[in-house]
Design a protein around this ligand. Structure first.
Ligand code: FDA
Length: 332
């Protein structure tokens, strides 16, 4: 999963804070640069320490390990969505293999009896080869999911893919009905995109957004990204959205936003079948458990041998994770 933080144009106050944030930005940029570096990937994958540490964010390298992690979550009352980590591909054979791996995952979910759906990326399914190739691959996965009473979520990648992703969602939603999408609150266009998805009665995951984007396309201040997140959730919980059969996945670890959403859900008396909270594997486990007492909570469970870029981006998201890793490295 290639999530990266957007450039932050937050208003800065004290000079010390300014310096600290600047340093933090350098660390993030360095980690994101390293996430794309081949030698760093080889080095990291060779050393068991990093693999062990990455297991905080990645459920394992095999489908069996991922299903094991889902079983543990299920036993805590938390459901899941499986993400088979993979690289962007321009090779048709690789894209088909990636699709096969998702079909295997859907079958394994069924046969093991765990409660999970799947999340995938169109760059892994051949969108850079052709739209037709990609639609064919995701179509096969959606068909298998439908046969098994399951659901497929299309993750949202960088803004270069937003329009194509929406178009492909419309086609697949029309054909199979069990396909949903993700909308990023940092993008200025997202309110219009949600309006168009409301008409479809779509299932939409709202996230803040994790890619580096041109400043002209995004809200540069975190405050505005957060407020837009709330306003998109409000749209998804509106009367017209409910009438159209929409469902929203509120995907964040931000406690303030979660509290505001809980208030909205209770005021509007939204049924449990219309919304769920979602978080990433290994992040805010305490919050996942607490929230699952009153709401449906789904955890995004990544697995696969291509864990390195995903792991590096989780570190970049929160430099405290890097400090923790370094401390353990020197104590190891
Ligand atoms: P924010 O960044 O404001 O963080 C709030 C708090 O969460 C932090 O203070 C900290 O406590 C905790 N936290 C956040 N990240 C952490 C980390 N790495 N380690 C430890 N603690 C951390 N993006 C995208 O562009 N396309 C997509 O398809 C998806 N899909 C997706 C699915 C799911 C289920 C989730 C939860 C997220 C995504 N994302 C995504 C990623 C999303 O855009 C965003 O980058 C992350 O969720 C982090 O932002 P928060 O909303 O958590 O808030």
């Amino acid at each position: 999963m290639a999530f990266q933080r957007p450039f932050s144009g937050r208003a800065l106050k004290a000079p010390n804070e300014k310096r600290r944030r600047k340093n933090g930005d350098y660390v993030k940029s360095a980690l994101i640069w390293l996430s794309r570096s081949k030698w760093a990937k080889e080095f990291t994958k060779k050393h068991g320490f990093f693999r062990r540490f990455s297991s905080r964010f990645v459920a394992g390298e095999t489908l069996g390990q991922a299903i094991g992690a889902v079983k543990t979550l299920n036993s805590l009352g938390i459901i899941a969505t499986l993400d088979h980590l993979g690289e962007n591909t321009t090779n048709a054979e690789e894209a088909r293999k990636s699709a096969e791996s998702y079909i295997d995952a859907i079958r394994e979910i069924k046969s093991s009896g765990v409660d999970s759906n799947v999340s995938l990326k169109l760059t892994q399914m051949g969108i850079d080869i052709s739209d037709d190739e990609c639609i064919e691959n995701v179509g096969r996965i959606s068909e298998e999911a439908k046969r098994n009473g399951n659901f497929v979520r299309i993750d949202m990648e960088s803004s270069a893919y937003t329009e194509k992703t929406l178009n492909i969602l419309r086609i697949l939603h029309g054909e199979y009905g069990n396909v949903g999408i993700v909308i990023q609150s940092y993008l200025k266009r997202s309110a219009d995109d949600v309006d168009s998805l409301l008409k479809l009665g779509a299932n939409v995951r709202i996230v803040k957004g994790a890619y580096r984007e041109p400043l002209s396309l995004v809200f540069p201040k975190k405050h505005d990204v957060d407020e837009n997140f709330m306003s998109l959730v409000e749209k998804m919980l509106s009367e017209s959205a409910q009438k159209a059969g929409c469902k929203v996945a509120i995907a964040t670890h931000d406690e303030k936003i979660i509290k505001r959403c809980e208030k909205l859900i209770s005021e509007r008396k939204i049924g449990k079948e219309r919304y769920e909270f979602q978080m990433l594997y290994g992040i805010r486990r305490d919050l996942q458990r607490a929230l699952s007492k009153n709401h449906t909570v789904r955890v995004y469970v990544p697995y696969g041998t291509e864990w390195y870029p995903y792991f590096m981006r989780r570190l970049a998201e929160r430099p405290a994770n890097l400090l923790f890793l370094l401390k353990n490295l020197f104590n190891a």
